[in-house]
Design a protein around this ligand. Structure first.
Ligand code: KG4
Ligand code: ZN
Length: 352
């Protein structure tokens, strides 16, 4: 077989993403988002997301096929996010992928959203050296992963013990009166702000925490510190300098994320660090990681911002990697698994 042609379907949260890749070439990346409907509620309402996926699913697949200039019958594989994510939202993508697979006989791969966030980097920077360390930072996860084999073996070195990094961005944005989802708005506001305006706490970096939680993160204390600071200002009748608070908060998050990821790579003797997930689109995280990785003598890789946030191309990229590695397709009866474990890259061929 020449390079595998794979379609990826992503519906774990509020974007209906359909991507098509051949090998590591991106042929189509169509995303329909319900974020504008969600913004009214200041967060993602699961039922609204599921309904929007149902409406967008078939037209988005059609647009991606047209864009790539291929038909369903040309495909060598269909990959779909099986988890983690919102149960009802995942079910729409999983149901659609099963229907397309059954109707065409194209093998089906139920894959992990988090591994897909790592795999997407292959579309821009080519095959991922194994092992690599992955810093996966999204709305639901902040994880340091050891990627031994992207077609099979990944393990977790550390993770957030409370809020995910993206969640902290979204909550602090709300405190600052910025729209949802807050990450991109904080990123933008911070460009005009003073990073050293306030020294917000760096969670789990004290010596005793580094013993027990060396590669773990904690962002809820930081969020509370920002909330308290804002309250104290308001109590004194002062205005909130949004750009400065955004910059100082962002600095605290990016400092801990990049510091611990680089420490993990160095201590584990791994030369490549990969950034993935929505927060990896953050301009300060990227620039700080570039500087620190260079100083540590590590190779740093990350995809362009559009491929960091949820999309179908990342699922297709992981699917293509699995087909090329001759991984077994998934059994047709696999479930959508809202709490799928980070170490499971794709679902097995047989279910008990
Ligand atoms: O990976 P993703 O699109 O969805 C999940 O799998 O959760 O990540 C979404 C998260 C949101 O919390 C959003 O605010 C954050 O990524 N995000 C950012 C930026 N762009 C998206 N956070 C900081 N800076 C950004 N530029
Ligand atoms: Zn994601």
């Amino acid at each position: 077989m020449s390079e595998p042609l794979v379609m990826g379907i992503e519906t774990s949260c509020d974007e209906t993403g359909v991507g098509i890749v051949r090998g590591t070439d991106l042929l189509a990346d169509e995303v329909a988002s319900s974020v504008e409907e969600q913004a009214r509620y200041g967060g993602v309402v699961p039922e609204v997301a599921s309904r929007a996926h149902l409406e967008a699913m078939v037209p988005t697949v059609q647009r991606a096929l047209d864009e790539a200039g291929v038909t369903l019958h040309d495909l060598d594989g269909i990959a779909v996010t099986a988890g983690p994510g919102l149960a009802g939202a995942l079910m729409v993508g999983v149901g659609a992928a099963k229907a397309y697979s059954l109707a065409t006989g194209v093998p089906l791969y139920g894959v992990n959203h988090l591994s897909a966030h790592i795999a997407v980097d292959t579309l821009e920077n080519g095959p991922i050296p194994e092992p690599s360390i992955g810093l996966l930072v999204s709305g639901g996860h902040s994880t340091i992963m050891m990627v031994e084999d992207l077609a099979g073996e990944v393990s977790q070195l550390g993770a957030s013990i409370d809020d995910a990094a993206g969640e902290a961005f979204d909550k602090v944005a709300r405190l600052l009166g910025l729209p949802f989802p807050g990450g991109p708005y904080i990123d933008k506001a911070a460009r005009e702000g003073d990073r050293a305006f306030v020294e917000f706490p760096r969670g789990l970096t004290a010596a005793k925490d580094m013993e027990r939680h060396r590669y773990d993160f904690s962002f809820s204390g930081l969020k509370t510190a920002v909330a308290r600071w804002i309250e104290a200002q308001r109590a004194e009748g002062k205005d909130i300098p949004v750009n400065d608070v955004a910059a100082a908060f962002q600095e605290a998050v990016c400092d801990v994320l990049s510091r611990k990821a680089i420490l993990a790579a160095k201590e584990q003797g791994v030369e490549t660090l990969l950034l993935g997930g929505g927060v990896a689109a953050n301009s300060r995280l990227r620039s700080m990681a570039v500087e620190r990785a260079e100083r540590a003598g590590l190779t740093l890789r990350f995809p362009k911002p559009k491929l960091c946030t949820d999309n179908g191309a990342m699922v297709a990229a992981l699917g293509s990697h699995l087909v090329a590695a001759k991984a077994e397709p998934s059994a047709m009866n696999f479930p959508a698994d809202s709490s799928m474990d980070v170490t499971v890259v794709s679902l097995a061929d047989k279910l008990d």
